[in-house]
Design a protein around this ligand. Structure first.
Ligand SMILES: [Zn+2]
Length: 239
């Protein structure tokens, strides 16, 4: 991927096929559709609640949180008073829950947040929280199905364990054949270049802390497992 694609400043690498509510990397569409068809045979209506996100959208979310216009939470999920925190503390708090613009894996189009529409009662509002994906939760069945089958289609969970700075996100899947290259390509210089003068709130403080942010929030994710199916190799997708 080129620097614009890696940091979400273009849409040229993504497509939104009929029947899908969000855009995905052009090479991740066929594997995702195949996984969706397999899930449907198990009674699961696998849907992407969110997939590709543009840099501008991530900046809107970031800036609203930074300026106290949108709630920010501490590590335990308790609300924080954004404007009462130093810029450094605010950045740390936001990064627990939201990616820095340019540093979101959603920019790649390879990553998506999944739900099972068939398991939802009418009017159910998706929260994307842990309790929905564990035993007894509305998406527990989806989560167990993914554990068994997603690897066959090239997908895995980069935030399964929360080893880096990002909390575990059982809903967040990644198409490994492309994402495993993207994470190497999104180096510190590429990220810094994407942020410079782009109107991201807290820019100076962010740039000063960028090596640590890059290490903890971009690089420190779970590595993809070994995969052997045809969907798990690059170059299998229909363009
Ligand atoms: Zn996600």
């Amino acid at each position: 991927m080129n620097p614009l694609e890696l940091t979400g400043r273009t849409r040229l690498h993504v497509v939104q096929p009929e029947g899908l509510r969000c855009a995905l990397h052009r090479d991740a569409v066929a594997p995702f559709m195949a996984m969706r068809a397999a899930a449907a045979r198990a009674g699961i209506d696998l849907e992407a609640a969110s997939a590709f996100r543009h840099f501008d959208r991530q900046r809107e979310i970031w800036n609203a949180k930074f300026r106290g216009e949108r709630p920010i939470l501490d590590a335990a999920g308790r609300p924080l008073e954004a404007l009462a925190l130093s810029e450094a503390a605010r950045i740390e708090a936001i990064l627990q829950w939201s990616a820095l613009p340019g540093a979101s894996r959603h920019h790649w189009g390879t990553d998506l947040d999944v739900i099972d529409r068939a398991a939802m009662s009418p009017g159910y509002v998706v929260r994307l929280m842990d309790d929905e994906y564990v035993a007894g939760g509305v998406f527990a069945n989806l989560s167990a199905w993914l554990d068994r089958h997603m690897r066959r289609f090239g997908f895995y969970r980069p935030y399964a364990t929360g080893t880096g700075g990002i909390r575990p996100e059982p809903w967040h899947l990644s198409y490994a054949p492309i994402a495993r290259r993207a994470i190497r390509e999104l180096d510190l210089a590429t990220l810094a270049e994407a942020l410079l003068g782009q109107g991201v709130a807290g820019e100076n403080e962010i740039l000063a802390r960028l090596p640590g942010i890059h290490r903890r929030y971009v690089r420190a994710v779970d590595a993809p497992p070994r995969m052997r199916s045809r969907w798990a190799r690059r170059g299998t997708a229909v363009r």
